[in-house]
Design a protein around this ligand. Structure first.
Ligand code: NDP
Ligand code: HSE
Length: 436
């Protein structure tokens, strides 16, 4: 059988990794796919560099339209990134009847509904394993391996840059700004790392995971997004003393009345495996009703780890290209006419536990006032840590861990406690998940 022809849009980090791995493992990949997979055309703005990278093994052009309009191309890989030109090219490729592989989580989290609908109407596949947690096959695991389960929740370390920063802050006791500079020097964080450190990248990824897990439309606009920029070294240290680590988690969870979709720094027990995922590594913990907890760990970025996921999608498409569209695995795991309208809950209705740090006057009755306010809001205390005031100081930090409660209760209690004359400044609130 003739090889399936692929057009690659963008030969940067992931594009070049994809080209190289496909060349290197061509024979084995063909044995698996049942047919050769040939990158026949590459489009990149920098044609010189693209020619160097491809070594004359395929046609190189500077206009991506030449690839998506070429009738000989069966699959288009979009590795340009962003929501702009990438969206336009992906939609045009679909309209031209091409299957699409992309690693672009931003594009799918924001425009996924439009893109999947267009692909469905045209009978082509859009595959995006590389868009979440790089080389970890989490999309395939959720969509296929766990298909028997009612997924209860997912909690993932799905941004390597922030995990590196948090690991360094904990290990070396450094503050956020210092470690961020180090991450940039080492090339982990972009010159503009906003999407990573503000939690946006993780929110793109958990939005996609939630759709696949619960059969709901892609709804990035409803996700709660909170990054690590305000996290203080002192909270990492207090969390440690209480037996917890702080990680930036992407969480998607069923909750009686809807679905929680949130990204924020989270305390997790230090004894959990996922709490020990360090540096730029990623991990995703999935709780299914039949299987229980399963954990997926690996490299969430980088040229070849991400290429591994891109090529897995190419192989899947190659195997299924001739199948009746109705017999393929649905893009979002559930059949398009069986999607659920379960709402994404506002943060006020999220249920979790909390770490609260407050600076108080070291005098009788202060703790009693604080605990009374918590009790008035039906908030039960799980653990507490009170520090000795520093030499010559009359103020001290109190750290309280609560049992599970609704966010609106905690917000109301915090407002009351901050009004006490014995409590200084604002209260630091970090959510806590036992993940058990
Ligand atoms: P790069 O910036 O390294 O590569 C993008 C490439 O696309 C560059 O070579 C760029 O050329 C080229 N390009 C830009 N505009 C066009 C255009 N209009 N036509 C053709 N080519 C164009 O990005 P990455 O490889 O890092 O990322 C690609 C995608 O993969 C993104 O969506 C990213 O989020 C995702 N991803 C990346 C991971 C990683 O580890 N890097 C991990 C997981 C996902 P030029 O440089 O000349 O502008
Ligand atoms: N910026 C991402 C990270 C790259 O730090 O994990 C992969 O999506």
């Amino acid at each position: 059988m003739k090889p399936i022809k692929v057009g690659l849009l963008g030969i940067g980090t992931v594009g070049s990794g994809t080209f190289n791995v496909l060349q290197r493992n061509q024979e084995e990949i063909t044995r698996r796919a049942g047919r050769g997979i040939e990158i026949a055309m590459v489009a990149d703005l920098n044609v010189e560099r693209a020619r160097e990278l491809t070594g004359g093994k395929c046609e190189v052009v500077n206009d991506a339209n030449l690839v998506i309009n070429n009738p000989d191309i069966d699959i288009v890989i979009e590795l340009i990134g962003g929501y702009g030109i990438a969206r336009e090219l992906v939609l045009k490729a679909i309209a031209n009847g091409k299957h699409v592989v992309t690693a672009n989580k931003a594009l799918l989290a924001v425009h996924g509904t439009e893109i999947f609908k267009a692909a469905q109407d045209k009978g082509v596949m859009v595959a995006f394993e590389a868009a979440v947690a790089g080389g970890i096959p989490i999309i395939k695991s959720l969509r296929e391996g766990l298909t028997a389960n009612r997924i209860q929740w997912i909690a993932g370390i799905i941004n390597g840059t922030t995990n590196f920063i948090l690991s360094e802050m904990r290990d070396k006791g450094l503050d956020f700004a210092t470690v961020l500079k180090e991450a940039q020097r080492l090339g982990y964080a972009e010159a503009d790392p906003t999407f990573d450190i503000e939690g946006v990248d993780a929110a793109h990824k958990v939005t996609l995971l939630a759709s696949i897990a619960f059969g709901i439309p892609v709804q990035f606009d409803k996700a709660h997004v909170e990054g690590i920029t305000k996290l203080q070294a002192t909270d990492i240290s207090y969390a440690e003393q209480l037996g917890y680590r702080i990680k930036l988690l992407g969480i998607a969870k069923r909750n009686g009345s809807g679905i929680e979709l949130r990204v924020h720094p989270t305390l997790i027990p230090a004894k959990r495996l996922i709490a020990n995922v360090e540096g730029a590594m990623n991990a995703v913990l999935v709780q299914g009703d039949a299987v229980g907890a399963t954990l997926y760990y690996g490299k969430g970025a980088g040229a070849e780890p991400t290429a591994s996921a891109v090529i897995a999608d190419l192989v899947d498409i190659t195997r299924l290209a001739t199948a009746d569209p109705g017999h393929r695995v649905p893009h979002l795991a559930f059949q398009p006419d069986a999607m659920s309208d379960t709402p994404i809950l506002p943060m006020a209705e999220v249920t979790t536990s909390y770490y609260l740090r407050m600076n108080v006057a070291d005098q009788p009755g202060v703790l009693a006032d604080v605990t009374r306010i918590l009790a008035d809001h039906s908030i039960s205390i799980d653990a507490m840590l009170q520090k000795e005031p520093a030499e010559g100081e009359s103020r001290t930090d109190i750290i309280i861990l609560t049992h599970q409660t609704q966010e609106k209760n905690v917000e109301a209690a915090i407002a009351k406690i901050e009004g006490l004359p014995t409590v200084m400044g604002t209260i630091t609130k970090i959510r806590l998940e036992e993940l058990s």
